[in-house]
Ligand binder design. Structure first.
Ligand SMILES: [Zn+2]
Length: 457
C-alpha cells in the first residue's frame, strides 16, 4: 500500500485555540464551497470519453502532420478543439475568449525538420474583478506520436497521451465558463510537446515577456489510465502531482537563504502541489493526490517545466501507474499484448476524478484573495516564540483574514492553522522547530497559496 497522510490531514482541519493570538475574531468556517462541489459533480465521464474518442478520430495529431486535411492531422484536431471552446463560449454568454495562438518553430536539428507553424488553442475566461491581475493556466498537449518521434503519418491515437489532458482541459472550460471568478483562467491545449515542449515554452515565454501575474500553472499529461503494466497493478484512487523542490531559477542569494531555512521542500510549486492535495481531499470523493517530490519522472519531461524555467509556479498531474506499452508506440500486437495508445486502455471514471482535482484546485485558488506580501519572521531576539508580519495583497479582494500554517520540519503537509485578522501574529511555538506559511482567506474560507516567511530583524 501507498503510505498515507491522513494523520497530518486530521490536524490540518482542526483549528487551534485562538487564545495565543492577538486577533480574537472567529475564523471563516472550514466547509466545502457548494458551488465548487457542484462544478466537480458536473464533470462528465461520458463527455470526457467522447472528447478522447473524437481526438483519436483525427488519425494522428503529430506536430509535423497535415494541417489542411479536414479530417486527419493536427490542423483538423486544432480546429475541432477551437470549435468546442467556441461552443462553450456561447453558453458562457460570450465571456470565454477563444484563439489559436500561432508561432513558427525553425528546424532544430532534433525533432523539427522543417519550419512549422504551430498553434496553442486557448480559451481565456477573464476575471470579473478588474483590480485582480492574477492568471491561472491549465493545460494538456494536443499532439501525439508513435515509436518513431519523426513519423508524422502513421496512426498515433494519443488517447491517454495526451487526449486525457486535452479532454480534461475542454471539460474544465465547459463547466467553469458558466461561473464567474475574480481572476483570469486560461484553458489551453498546447502543441509540440512531443517534439520538445514547444507550445508550453512559447506560452511561458510570452507570459514572462508580457509580465503576467501567473499565480499557478497545472499541466495534465497522461492521467486517464488506472492500469499499470510491469508489474500489473490497478490504482484508480491516487493521482500523482510532481513539483520541483528547488526552483529552476534560483539565484545564488536565494540558494543561500534556502540553505539557512532548509526550505528545499517549500518552493512555490511544492506549495501548489500541497494545495491541490488539500483541494482534492475537500472536493473529490475516492481520490487522493500523492505528492511526488520530483519535478518529473525519469527520462521524461512535461509542459510545466518551461513555466518553472521562467520562474513560475507550475506542477504536473499524472496517473499513479503508467502503462508504457500504451505510450509512444506503433499500433501492433506482440506476444499477445496490444501496443498503442487507444481509448480501450483508459478508465474514464478515473479521468473524471482527476479532472475534478484540477477543478477544485483552480476554483479554490480563483475564488480566494491574492496571497499576502512581504511575509517575514522576526529573528531579532533569541526566543521560543514565533513572531510573523506581512502586508495585505495590493490587488483584488481584501482578505477577511489570514491563516498562519504550521508544520514540523519533517512533515510533508501543513498540520496546524491559526486564524488572525491582523497582519501579524505572535505564536507560542518556536520558529526553530517548525515551518510556517501565511495565506490570505476570504469570509467563505477560500485560501490563497501560502507564502513562506523570510527572516527579518
Ligand atoms: Zn505527453
Amino acid at each position: 500500500m501507498f503510505p498515507r497522510f491522513s494523520a497530518a490531514f486530521a490536524v490540518l482541519t482542526a483549528l487551534a485555540p485562538l487564545t495565543a493570538l492577538q486577533a480574537q475574531t472567529k475564523a471563516p468556517a472550514i466547509k466545502p464551497d457548494v458551488t465548487i462541489r457542484q462544478m466537480v459533480q458536473d464533470i462528465s465521464a461520458k463527455t470526457l470519453e467522447e472528447d478522447v474518442r473524437k481526438l483519436v478520430s483525427f488519425g494522428t495529431r503529430h506536430t509535423l502532420s497535415d494541417t489542411q486535411d479536414p479530417k486527419r492531422g493536427i490542423g483538423a484536431a486544432r480546429r475541432w478543439v477551437e470549435e468546442e471552446f467556441r461552443r462553450y463560449a456561447k453558453a458562457s454568454g460570450g465571456r470565454l475568449q477563444v484563439v489559436q495562438d500561432t508561432f513558427t518553430v525553425k528546424p532544430d536539428g532534433r525533432r523539427i525538420n522543417k519550419p512549422v507553424l504551430m498553434a496553442n488553442v486557448m480559451a481565456t475566461l477573464p476575471g470579473t474583478d478588474p483590480t485582480d491581475t492574477r492568471v491561472l493556466i491549465v493545460s494538456g498537449h494536443i499532439d501525439s506520436r508513435v515509436s518513431d518521434v519523426m513519423n508524422a503519418t502513421a496512426d498515433a491515437p494519443g488517447a491517454n497521451d495526451d487526449g486525457s489532458g486535452t479532454a480534461a482541459v475542454l471539460e474544465l472550460a465547459r463547466v467553469m465558463s458558466k461561473q464567474k471568478f475574480p481572476c483570469t483562467i486560461i484553458f489551453v491545449a498546447v502543441q509540440g510537446e512531443e517534439q520538445g515542449l514547444y507550445g508550453s515554452t512559447h506560452l511561458a515565454q510570452r507570459a514572462k515577456k508580457e509580465g503576467w501575474n501567473l499565480t499557478a500553472m497545472l499541466n495534465n499529461d497522461i492521467m486517464g489510465n488506472s492500469l499499470g503494466h510491469d508489474p500489473d497493478i490497478k490504482d484508480d484512487k491516487h493521482l500523482r502531482v510532481f513539483s520541483e523542490g528547488v526552483p529552476a531559477t534560483e539565484t545564488p542569494d536565494e540558494a543561500k537563504l534556502r540553505r539557512t531555512l532548509s526550505s528545499e521542500n517549500d518552493s512555490p510549486s511544492r506549495q501548489l502541489a500541497r494545495y491541490a492535495q488539500t483541494a482534492a481531499k475537500q472536493y473529490v470523493d475516492g481520490l487522493e493526490v500523492v505528492l511526488v517530490y520530483r519535478p518529473d519522472r525519469f527520462l521524461r519531461g512535461g509542459d510545466h517545466t518551461p513555466f518553472n524555467q521562467q520562474g513560475f509556479t507550475a506542477v504536473r498531474f499524472t496517473e499513479m501507474n503508467e502503462d508504457f506499452t500504451h505510450q509512444h508506440q506503433d499500433l501492433r500486437t506482440e506476444k499477445g499484448r496490444a501496443y498503442g495508445d487507444t481509448p480501450e486502455g483508459m478508465d474514464f471514471q478515473y479521468l473524471r476524478k482527476n479532472t475534478g482535482v484540477n477543478l477544485a484546485t483552480l476554483a479554490s485558488l480563483a475564488l480566494a484573495p491574492a496571497a499576502p506580501q512581504n511575509v517575514g519572521v522576526l529573528t531579532a531576539d533569541l526566543t521560543n516564540r514565533t513572531q510573523l508580519q506581512w502586508e495585505a495583497p495590493k490587488i483584488g479582494e481584501k482578505p477577511a483574514g489570514y491563516y498562519v500554517l504550521m508544520r514540523e520540519t519533517s512533515a510533508p503537509q501543513w498540520q496546524q492553522k491559526f486564524y488572525v485578522t491582523d497582519t501579524k501574529a505572535d505564536l507560542p511555538h518556536s520558529k526553530d522547530n517548525y515551518l510556517f506559511g501565511v495565506v490570505s482567506v476570504d469570509a467563505e474560507g477560500h485560501e490563497s497559496l501560502p507564502v513562506l516567511p523570510k527572516p527579518v530583524r
